[in-house]
Design a protein around this ligand. Structure first.
Ligand code: ADP
Ligand code: MG
Length: 344
């Protein structure tokens, strides 16, 4: 320790992780990939690896219990972790769950939370195998570690993209962000006047995207069935722009993406317009969509094009071209990534 003081807001989340971990070297030959991908990759046999990923959800930062049912919270806490295993092209098998909980919560509340955790375990066929329980001064913290498995030759890293590869995203983007905006708006209305009932009718899709997201194991299976092995992959937890930066940085390449090709559901778009938000912003800089973003070789184009679950949104370029966004008028500009900076 020195007298120097660097504010975390100067570094941002990813700068901080890099600062803290960059001088660690590996001691063990089974560590194939440590920090820097969606999950760590650990050799367990000649042909197989174990995948390990941890994510925490903190009350007041990641969720607000005013509008998050505990059962949904439990489900989501599992799903966001499984998503990181699928982003490695692996299959999740076990989770551990660690809780820090204040005495504000009765047993019944935590049972609700665990009902949601169980629902996710059943839906994704993973086993709860342990965890930890402690008290907290205030609020609820949930930290989940997911363990998965893959064939060594199947693992897909963030770093594998090649020049001219196509950039593909599953599902649609921005819905979870608009779900959050709706819930926040109704919370403010309720705070101003508790007699007014929340007006969330007709927004089922967006609310579900926010409160009960799903991880795309179906896409991992679909790609296998189509005999497409992505060259690189990441899950979309922080917004498309931020994830594109991660992929390009890890692969040391640039890319070009097209506004008109980015999949945005009609419900997301109309709700964004109602909120005076450009719909594309919800996709680029929203978050929590938990879709998969990946690159494929041009030779796999025919297998992917036209699939209703997949959108080809751009292509990989050499590094010096940078990361570019072409808007609906055809104007090209460098992509801006905000994502979530946890320290701002
Ligand atoms: P994701 O969004 O896919 O969950 P993160 O951005 O949380 O990934 O993490 C990126 C990488 O940094 C991962 O390899 C993760 O394990 C690692 N990481 C994050 N925080 C820490 C930390 N405090 N110490 C060591 N490694 C960390
Ligand atoms: Mg991830």
């Amino acid at each position: 320790m020195t007298d120097k003081r660097t504010e975390l807001s100067e570094l941002g989340e990813f700068g901080l992780i890099e600062k803290l971990t960059s001088n660690f070297t590996t001691h063990v030959s089974s560590t194939i990939k440590g920090v820097g991908d969606d999950a760590a990759v650990i050799s367990i046999s000649d042909s197989e690896v174990m995948l390990v990923s941890t994510d925490s959800l903190i009350e007041g930062i990641h969720f607000n219990l005013m509008y998050t049912p505990l059962m949904h919270l439990g489900y989501k806490a599992v799903v966001v972790n499984l998503s990181d295993i699928y982003a490695m092209n692996g299959i999740a098998e076990q989770i551990t769950v660690s809780l820090a909980v204040s005495n504000r919560f009765p047993l019944e509340a935590l049972e609700e939370l665990y009902a949601g955790i169980k629902k996710a375990c059943d839906a994704y066929q993973v086993d709860l195998v342990g965890g930890d329980t402690t008290s907290s001064l205030s609020g609820l913290m949930i930290s989940i570690t997911a363990l998965g498995r893959a064939k060594k030759t199947d693992v897909v890293y963030r770093s594998g993209a090649k020049e001219n590869d196509l950039l593909v995203v599953s599902g649609d983007l921005g819905g979870a962000y608009m779900g959050l905006q709706l819930l926040e708006r109704e919370k403010e209305v309720y705070k101003a006047n508790p007699n007014i009932q929340p007006d969330l009718d007709g927004h089922d899709y967006l609310l579900e995207r926010q409160l009960k997201p799903e991880a795309r194991i179906d896409i991992v299976k679909l790609l296998k069935q189509m005999e497409v092995k992505p060259t690189s992959m990441i899950d979309v937890s922080d917004g498309l722009a931020s994830e594109i930066f991660h992929l390009c940085k890890a692969s040391n390449l640039g890319c070009t993406i097209y506004d008109e090709k980015i999949p945005i559901d009609g419900a997301t778009a109309s709700s964004a317009i109602e909120f005076n938000i450009d719909p594309i912003t919800t996709a680029l800089n929203g978050g929590e969509d938990y879709e998969l973003l990946f690159t494929i070789s041009q030779s796999d184009y025919e297998k992917v094009v036209g699939n209703p679950n997949l959108s080809i949104i751009g292509h990989i370029t050499e590094k010096n071209s940078g990361i570019n966004f072409i808007d609906k008028q055809g104007v090209i500009a460098p992509l801006q990534a905000q994502g979530w900076n946890h320290f701002e």
